[in-house]
Design a protein around this ligand. Structure first.
Ligand SMILES: Cc1cc2nc3c(=O)[nH]c(=O)nc-3n(C[C@H](O)[C@H](O)[C@H](O)COP(=O)(O)OP(=O)(O)OC[C@H]3O[C@@H](n4cnc5c(N)ncnc54)[C@H](O)[C@@H]3O)c2cc1C
Length: 403
């Protein structure tokens, strides 16, 4: 039995976590065939972003703003490396979270997080290790990464490391494969914003995936889900997926309302869905898209489609910020500041303002630029701008989907 089948055959799974607009959920995923998978960047870029479309069965529906969930699997080489370091074979039998017997190979591919290391894993591993299992000095070093007082040290250790690094640095702690279920977190589904409108693509959900690849401590690494999607999810491959609805990221019901969309990098994905939807419905509201990435020549995702939409009149306006095409970095928030007066005019006209993409830096910087634009427009204080934005939030005219 393949690992996916073995995983899907799990009858008694955790209760559904309200995903999906069909009978399929993250606990009862749909086996979807990949119908297209191609790069969106040109070849000479360090980044790799791919357009990946998944087939849907009749009755599976989604709306612009929803996401697609993928239950990922680690690549065979990564599992083999961990097995070898632990000295176990993939055929060993273990009980999964539902007390069903599966092979250790399946457990490490689909149930356990053997990728990015967490502080929790280091702590659990140290508990398991105990002095007799991991020799004296190793055990001392492990202990020094445990407890709230050592949080910073543990985080520093975890950054850029995976489970393979921990078991290589401190071998010998795991003596029974079942113990891995106490040490490693459960492998979680990954979400990807759907970048298509179902009105334009009735039997598919399309996604825009940035493949996470990096080199750290002499090893070439990749994200579990984006690596699988980028490398192994070739056309014809079958993957367990589900649809995840997001009622808090929705186009205005009024098709004549103006819309401003801020979507740098893969943040642009849901806005492709928004624009396709408005185009398919023939909605007349104005649409303004801000997009940004590193280089115009290589990273201008969906460039031709935006140009066509501009010609057709769906995309009223598009502003771009390519951060590394000039000596000083330019980001979408800088474009917002440059266009502050017009943005405020759109807001006064009832525009909805959407932000998608990086939560750590971008979303905050965009909010601060937006507040400045509002304060300028109001000729008022930051407090009044904050009140204005609060009213927009209440009216659902300021919506974010950031990750
Ligand atoms: C609602 C939502 C929508 C999303 N939409 C999209 C989308 O449209 N497109 C998209 O691509 N993603 C999207 N994501 C993100 C996506 O779900 C995954 O988080 C992302 O693809 C990474 O998952 P992974 O399994 O490939 O990587 P993981 O296996 O989770 O590995 C990622 C981890 O690797 C480590 N890491 C990464 N780079 C480095 C580095 N240079 N040095 C050291 N360590 C590093 C970090 O610890 C990082 O957390 C979305 C997320 C959410 C919540």
């Amino acid at each position: 039995m393949s690992s996916v089948q073995e995983m899907l055959s799990a009858a008694d799974r955790a209760p559904s976590d309200v995903d999906g607009t069909s009978k399929y959920t993250r606990n009862n995923p749909y086996s979807s065939t990949v119908v297209s998978n191609y790069p969106l960047n040109s070849e000479n870029t360090v980044k790799e972003t791919r357009h990946i479309a998944f087939a849907l069965e009749a009755g599976m529906t989604y709306s612009p703003g929803d996401s697609l969930g993928v239950l990922p699997e680690y690549r065979a080489e990564a599992v083999a490396e961990v097995l070898a370091a632990l000295g176990f074979t993939g055929e060993a039998r273990v009980l999964n979270y539902y007390k069903q017997e599966v092979s250790l190979d399946v457990a490490m591919r689909s149930w356990l997080t053997i990728g990015k290391l967490t502080r929790g894993t280091v702590g659990q591993y140290a508990k398991l290790a105990g002095a007799p299992r991991v020799g004296g000095r190793g055990y001392d070093a492990l202990k020094q990464m445990c407890g709230p007082e050592n949080k910073e040290r543990a985080e520093e250790y975890c950054w850029g490391r995976e489970f393979i690094d921990l078991i290589t640095d401190f071998p010998g702690a795991v003596t029974d494969p079942q113990e891995l279920f106490n040490v490693l977190p459960r492998l979680a589904a990954r979400l990807y914003s759907i970048s298509s409108s179902q009105l334009a693509h009735p039997s598919a959900a399309e996604t825009t995936v940035r493949v996470v690849r990096y080199s750290s401590l002499g090893r070439e690494r990749q994200g579990v889900a984006s690596g699988e999607l980028g490398e192994r999810a070739v056309v014809g491959a079958v993957l367990p997926i589900f649809l995840h609805s997001n009622q808090n990221f929705r186009l205005p019901e009024d098709g004549s309302a103006p819309v401003i969309m801020i979507g740098p990098g893969t943040g642009v994905a849901p806005f492709r869905a928004f624009l396709e939807e408005r185009q398919a419905k023939g909605e007349r509201g104005k649409n303004w898209l801000f997009f940004g990435d590193q280089h115009e020549a290589t990273d201008f995702l969906y460039r031709e489609q935006w140009a066509a939409m501009q010609q057709q009149g769906t995309l009223t306006r598009m502003d771009t910020a390519f951060s590394r095409d000039q000596p000083h970095k330019i980001y979408v928030q800088d474009r917002i500041r440059e266009n502050a007066a017009e943005i405020y005019a759109w807001l006064q006209d009832g525009a909805y303002f959407y932000v998608c993409g990086d939560a750590v830096h971008m979303a905050k910087a965009v909010e601060s630029a937006l507040l400045d634009a509002i304060a300028q427009g109001l000729n008022g204080t930051p407090e009044r701008a904050a009140e204005y934005l609060a009213v927009m939030k209440q009216q659902k005219r300021y919506q974010r989907d950031v990750y």
